[in-house]
Design a protein around this ligand. Structure first.
Ligand code: GTP
Ligand code: MG
Length: 452
């Protein structure tokens, strides 16, 4: 075995899809299978992520995966709540996720957030496969726990098979309507050109071996070069979420995609107004499930290497933004690192006009996606920021001369209660939604009503 594990990092896999289509269940199933195999310890729980090493993947996938065929160390799965816009998070101008699984309920088919996810995958050119989930709910299904799809398919009745085929072809048709050429995964030769559809059940585990095999193969085949990193070098990552943590103050949940971060490092983080330079106080990893209920939910670690999810506690993080870059300084020139963070922030910055609507979003990436969509709809923006809708946003919106522009569009954000009151007094209309195109439709309807 000549592989050098220090030079290839784990690909970052985003699991996305419409609410309740089974994203979390699918990851639970993968984690659970490892527990049954008695290898639970091998799977590490990260902040917002689960790392599954190659040997576990190969255990679950059985005959489908020969570990000798691979030199990537495994897969890092990031679960995203249906309403969260993880896919809009970026790394150095590209998508933070190297690869994605779009989960679609076979019975429920395409839904608004499925389309939204596809739109974002298309824009960021992230390779992905579709997990056609809940195949066990096809009426008459005869479950066969944890087996590859071929084995279970063969043991279904003709009628059941026909029903499943119909649902799968509907999904393939929907993908085609969105401009993706797709087919059942075993018919796909080139996964970059065609989207593979993998039938699975997160409940019975059927098809999960196939899913892991396809993901591993896809990463190995098309992503190997991008995974070559200097593991020991200064860490580079993206802020997933900014959170208050009891005893630690403001912390940043970070996905590290390059290098190493240590508990004594100085870091530069993208902030609301300018880059924040601060010293790491603690690196925190979630404790295994059983210990979560005990007094401390986190374990302090000395260092973490890419790819991983890690909570970073440090002073002065209140102005950090979800989606912003994080860079370790270590032996590098501080000014140079600050300049890199500034350049990355400038790259995601949104162009604003003298007059227009106010836009708020949960991450820098989703703010950018909103700006693109509004540009297409020819709606000018006066102010675009990451964060909840606050009273000062109302003040800005209330200065608009054009009544159409006395509006705030919030994507995946909350409206602070004093802001809501202010909006009513100032006659500013608030729109919030968890799907970009719906948000813009609501606003356009409002404009139509005003013009009537
Ligand atoms: P959000 O995080 O809210 O977006 O949902 P999710 O996509 O993570 O879905 P989740 O895994 O929470 O599953 C939603 C529901 O579907 C739960 O009640 C699951 O038990 C059920 N479910 C998920 N996968 C399957 C499956 O393969 N078969 C069956 N029968 N039920 C499933
Ligand atoms: Mg979930």
């Amino acid at each position: 075995d000549t592989r050098d594990p220090t030079s290839l990092r784990t690909p970052i896999v985003a699991v996305l899809g419409h609410v309740d289509h089974g994203k979390t269940s699918l990851l639970d199933k993968i984690r659970g299978s490892a527990v049954i195999e008695g290898e639970a310890g091998a799977i590490t729980q990260h902040i917002g992520a689960t790392a599954v090493p190659l040997d576990i993947i190969s255990t679950i996938a059985g005959d489908l995966v020969d570990p000798d065929d691979f030199d990537l160390p495994g897969l890092l799965f990031i679960d995203t709540p249906g309403h969260h816009s993880f896919t809009t998070l970026r790394s150095r101008g590209g998508a933070l996720a190297d690869i994605a699984i779009l989960v679609v309920d076979v019975n429920d088919g395409f839904q608004p957030q499925t389309l939204e996810a596809l739109e974002i995958l298309k824009r960021s050119q992230t390779p992905f496969i579709v997990a056609a989930n809940k195949i066990d709910t096809v009426p008459g299904w005869n479950p066969k726990e944890d087996v590859p799809i071929n084995d279970t398919y063969e043991s279904q009745s003709d009628r059941v098979r026909q029903r499943l085929d119909e649902s799968l072809y509907e999904i393939i048709g929907n993908l085609s309507d969105e401009g993706f050429s797709a087919d059942l995964y075993w018919r796909v030769q080139n996964f970059q050109r065609n989207i593979g559809v993998v039938p699975v059940s997160a409940m019975t585990g059927e098809g999960v071996p196939d899913l892991l095999t396809v993901m591993m193969g896809l990463s190995q085949r098309y992503m190997k070069e991008e995974m070559e990193i200097d593991v020991a070098g200064p860490g580079v990552g993206t802020v997933l979420e900014v959170k208050e943590e009891k005893g630690f103050g403001t912390t940043i949940d970070t996905v590290l995609y390059d290098g190493t971060i240590r508990a004594d490092d100085t870091i530069v983080v993208g902030g609301m107004n300018k880059p924040i330079v601060t010293e790491v106080r603690a690196l925190l990893q979630p404790r295994p499930l059983a210990e979560i209920r005990t007094e401390s939910r986190f374990e302090k670690v000395d260092e973490v290497s890419a790819a991983s999810g890690i909570k970073v506690a440090a002073p002065d993080l209140a102005d950090a933004m979800a989606g912003a870059p994080v860079r370790v300084v270590r032996d590098r020139d501080l000014e140079e690192v600050i300049a890199e963070v500034e350049a990355e922030l400038a790259d995601i910055a949104v162009d604003t006009e003298e007059q227009g609507v106010v836009v708020k979003a949960d991450t820098l990436g989703s703010l950018e996606a909103m700006a693109d969509a509004l540009d297409e709809a020819e709606v000018p923006i006066v102010r675009a920021e990451v964060g909840d809708v606050a009273p000062r946003d109302i003040s800005v919106a209330s200065t608009a001369e054009d009544p159409k522009q006395r509006a705030i569009l919030g994507f995946n954000v909350d409206v602070l209660s004093d802001a809501e009151q202010r909006a009513e007094i100032e006659d500013v209309t608030l729109f919030t939604d968890e799907v970009i195109y719906q948000l813009i439709e609501e606003y356009e309807q409002h404009v139509e009503e005003l013009e009537r």
